[in-house]
Structures are given as structure tokens and as C-alpha cells.
Design a protein around this ligand. Structure first.
Ligand code: SAM
Length: 331
């Protein structure tokens, strides 16, 4: 039987989340150019649509990472070689990739304490349904932001830790933010702990563009869902059918960029902010960056942030890399 429990933080709740959303929407829609944060994509509906995106053939990232993790799951357990391990996952989603890694450790006879951390409650519900029970597996789910969750988990965990940051989530940060994030992770972990991070590699622009403009319009639905979310949670009157999804590769930045464009001149009122926002025809709201990497970028990031690169694992087409790093620190 698998033990699942939900760890919760003190003093945080739904009201605090809504206040934070309101503040960020106000800041983003009064900025020039307008922007909204990608972390708000994942309400219940957003998490459901994202799961469908991961199964869409145009969105190669998931297939490629699943190919890698299936191949290396036993090798990973062998490389890390512990009797008991705490696997902490940042932005776990529905947990189907995590299962592959957990399986490798269980097969090698290792006891696993799995701590998925995700800002989305819906992701945690899907994950709970997806992870197979096992007598050597305990799951402690945390609905929280990455580092809030990590702090909570670190206060309860005492074994060697392996932190998973999969799905190219790191690509949502620009280079400076990635460095800051990884360095903060390094500071949070102990000497010899591990992190396994998924990086989407630079490749044919047509392949990239198709992945973020899938043929079934799921990415468009996913992005426009953020406007529905603002309507629901903040009393907005966005008309999502008067906005258009636009995903494009920026070769100078080395990143896919996602926007929604206002297809006409219009005004949107948001009750919680008691404010009207003006949109010109074809004015963009920037939603997300998905930075792409070379092997050299990954090696540089590793060196800059205090880790030792243990091994890069790639798929047969070299579209994606899962990179295993170990914390180097004086004890
Ligand atoms: C692109 S999905 C990846 C899911 C999964 N790791 C995978 O590889 O398929 C991003 C996940 O991270 C979560 N997330 C996004 N921003 C977050 C944040 N700031 N703190 C915690 N979770 C976050 C989302 O809710 C979502 O489940």
C-alpha cells in the first residue's frame, strides 16, 4: 500500500493566492508591453489542457523525455546507489514521468520517499491517481510554489535527496533567472545531493514552432484559458474569442515566445482591481518564454551554479537532455 499525505504550509491559503494573482495581473497589464505570468496557467482547467498537450504528437518534448527516462531509470538508481532516497519534484504535474524514475529505484530495492511539489491542486489530484502503490513508496504531496514547498520538505527529509525539475520547466526562465534559480537550489541542498533537470535543445525552427502551435489548437486553448481564469477569479470581463494565440521562435534570445493578441481595440474591466484596461488592435500580452539550450549552455550553467555534471542523457534524435548534477560543497 502506498502512503499518500498532503503536507500543508501554515498561514497560506486561497485568499493569499488570489491577492497575489490580483497584484501580478495589475502589474502585468499596466506594463509596456503587457505581460502575465506563466505560473498562472495551471488552474484546474489549465492543468487538464496541459496534460492533453503532453500527449499531442506535435509537442515532442514529453515523448522525448519519456524515452530518456524509460531508458535511464535503472541506471539512475545504480548511479545514485542509496538504500533509501527522498525524491523531491518541482512542478511535478501529473506524475507520469516521475513514476518512471521511482520505478528504477524500487526495482533496485531502494525505499523511496517521494515529495511532489506543484502550485496546482489539480496536478496533485491527477498525480495521486497516476502513481502506482508500492510497499516501499511513501508520497508526501505539497501544493505550493517551488521554494516554499522545498523549504517545507527539507524540514521533514533527512535522506540523500534527488530533486527533479523535468519537462523543460527551466526554460521558462531567462539565462539570468535560470542561474539564480539553480544557485538558490544549490544553497537549499546538502553536499552530494542530486538534481535532474530537463532541457529542451535548440533545433529546427519548424519543429519548435509546431510544438507551440499544435494542430489541434490545444496550446491556443491553454493560453486563452488564463483570460478565463482572470474572469473567474478576479471578476474580469475578457472576451477570450477576441484574443488570438501567437507562438513564435526568437532566434536572438534562443526562445519560443507565447503571446495572446487582442484582435480589436477593446476595453476589459477587472472587478477585483476596480480598473479598466485598454487594448489596441493586435496589441500583445506576453505570456511565456521557453528558452532552448545547447550542451554548452547546460555545462556553463552547471559550472556557474556550483554543481558537478555527473551525466547528460539524451534521446535518439538529440532533441532533449536530462542532465544529472551533484551538489559540490565543503562540508
Ligand atoms: C510544464 S508543466 C510540467 C509538468 C511535469 N513536470 C512534466 O514534465 O510533464 C509545469 C508544472 O509546474 C507547475 N508550476 C508552474 N509554476 C510553478 C511554481 N512557481 N511553483 C510550483 N509549481 C509550478 C505547474 O502547475 C505544472 O504542473
Amino acid at each position: 500500500m502506498t502512503h499518500f499525505r498532503l503536507l500543508t504550509q501554515n498561514g497560506q491559503g486561497h485568499d493569499a493566492d488570489e491577492e497575489q494573482l490580483a497584484i501580478e495581473v495589475l502589474t502585468g497589464l499596466t506594463a509596456e508591453p503587457k505581460h502575465l505570468s506563466a505560473k498562472y496557467f495551471y488552474d484546474d482547467k489549465g492543468s487538464e489542457i496541459f496534460q492533453k498537450i503532453t500527449q499531442h504528437p506535435d509537442y515532442y518534448l514529453t515523448n522525448k523525455e519519456v524515452e530518456i527516462l524509460t531508458r535511464i531509470s535503472c541506471q539512475l538508481a545504480h548511479l545514485i546507489d542509496e538504500q533509501e532516497i527522498d525524491i523531491i519534484e518541482l512542478g511535478a504535474g501529473d506524475g507520469h514521468k516521475s513514476q518512471l524514475i521511482i520505478d528504477g529505484f524500487l526495482k533496485s530495492g531502494c525505499k523511496v520517499n517521494y515529495y511532489p511539489i506543484d502550485i496546482s491542486e489539480k496536478a496533485m489530484v491527477m498525480l495521486r491517481e497516476n502513481i502506482r502503490p508500492d510497499s516501499s513508496l511513501a508520497i508526501h504531496g505539497v501544493v505550493a510554489e517551488y521554494f516554499e514547498g522545498l523549504k517545507l520538505v527539507r524540514s521533514q527529509s533527512s535522506n540523500r535527496q534527488l530533486v527533479l525539475f523535468l519537462g523543460s520547466n527551466i526554460g521558462n526562465f531567462n539565462r539570468e533567472q535560470s542561474q539564480g534559480f539553480l544557485r538558490k537550489l544549490w544553497m537549499s541542498l546538502s553536499a552530494s545531493d542530486y538534481i535532474l533537470t530537463g532541457y529542451d535543445l535548440k533545433k529546427d525552427v519548424n519543429k519548435l514552432t509546431a510544438a507551440y502551435n499544435d494542430g489541434s489548437g490545444l496550446t491556443a486553448q491553454f493560453n486563452l484559458n488564463l483570460l478565463h481564469r482572470i474572469n473567474q477569479e478576479l471578476g474580469g470581463n475578457f472576451k477570450p474569442d477576441k484574443f488570438q494565440h501567437y507562438g513564435i521562435y526568437n532566434p536572438v534570445l534562443g526562445a519560443m515566445e507565447s503571446y495572446v493578441l487582442s484582435t480589436e481595440k477593446q476595453e476589459v474591466y477587472i472587478k477585483a482591481l476596480q480598473r479598466v484596461f485598454h487594448f489596441d488592435a493586435y496589441e500583445p500580452i506576453h505570456l511565456e518564454y521557453s528558452f532552448k539550450f545547447t550542451k554548452k549552455d547546460i555545462e556553463d550553467l552547471c559550472e556557474q551554479t556550483g554543481f558537478t555534471l555527473v551525466q547528460n542523457f539524451t534521446d535518439a534524435n538529440e532533441h532533449f537532455i536530462d542532465s544529472l548534477w551533484q551538489v559540490t560543497k565543503e562540508v
